[in-house]
Design a protein around this ligand. Structure first.
Ligand code: ZN
Length: 272
């Protein structure tokens, strides 16, 4: 018989074990709704998944947990979006709560997977190479590797890739122009650089530098609308209830709070 101490690493490696321990909100359905003219929310009560609709097909950012695809599919039915019209899958970060549904959504839609160079290895090996460890999900093929600053296009859609590493090595945000309140506005799909692994990290030696870079980049942006990988990070339910996603002040505050948390963790780092 295996002693519990031997069994524990095996349990931690099993994706279903991880999924079983996630908060209920992560798997709870949430109404699909419009954020801007061609951007819709199709995520769960906590896991932000965003559909951007275009003339030549659509882009889906994030797919939630392994158990999220049925909820996303229900949201697509509500919005009358044929799944096969989704051409590209993107993510904010290669963690199981945002890419756990990639393999299934890829199968259901036939979409291509585009990912940053630093998150692509995690997607390809199902999270095995994640320096934070413990994030496992079904591996997927990466069809295109994205670079910081490049503008990706699909038909009439265009998004600027803004690398915001640190939460995972390849965490990324996307900036686009939308029609909001009858005017052209900017919308940022942000991956807030929250610190989820040790800052003195042999498996990720550039983590502190990466987080510093991300805060410089995010503080330089002034998006009119913003949404995040986790719904609670951007007050999504409150914005949905108010019917207004325009919130530049809320963005600056969220980035400042996130940076303060990082700096506090940096201060208590033991000297090398
Ligand atoms: Zn994460």
């Amino acid at each position: 018989m295996l002693k519990p101490s031997y069994l524990l690493p095996l349990l931690l490696l099993a994706p279903q074990r991880v999924a079983a321990e996630t908060p209920a909100e992560w798997s709870k359905p949430y109404p699909a709704h419009r954020i801007a003219e061609n951007v819709c929310y199709v995520g769960t009560a906590e896991l932000g998944c965003y559909l951007i609709t275009g003339s030549q097909g659509h882009i889906l950012i994030n797919t939630g947990l392994a158990d999220s695809p049925p909820l996303i599919m229900a949201s697509l039915r509500t919005l009358k979006i044929p799944p096969k019209d989704i051409r590209v899958l993107l993510t904010n970060q290669a963690h199981f709560d945002h890419v756990g549904g990639f393999a299934e959504m890829q199968k259901l839609t036939g979409a291509k997977v585009w990912a940053t160079a630093a998150d692509a290895p995690l997607l390809r090996d199902g999270g095995v190479s994640d320096p934070g460890g413990l994030s496992r999900f079904k591996a997927v093929k990466v069809d295109r590797v994205l670079k910081d600053g490049e503008v990706i296009t699909l038909g009439d859609l265009s998004l600027t890739v803004i690398a915001t590493p640190g939460h995972t090595p390849g965490s990324v945000s996307y900036l686009m122009t939308v029609q909001g309140h009858g005017q052209k506005k900017t919308l940022l799909f942000v991956n807030l650089p929250t610190v989820v692994m040790p800052l003195n990290n042999a498996k990720y030696p550039s983590i502190v530098k990466d987080l510093e870079t991300s805060f410089v980049r995010l503080k330089a942006l002034r998006p009119d609308f913003w949404v995040a990988a986790h719904a609670s990070q951007c007050g999504l339910a409150e914005k949905h209830a108010a019917g207004n996603y325009e919130d530049p002040a809320g963005y600056a505050k969220a980035v400042a709070e996130c940076e303060a948390d990082f700096l506090a963790k940096l201060r208590v780092l033991p000297p090398e």
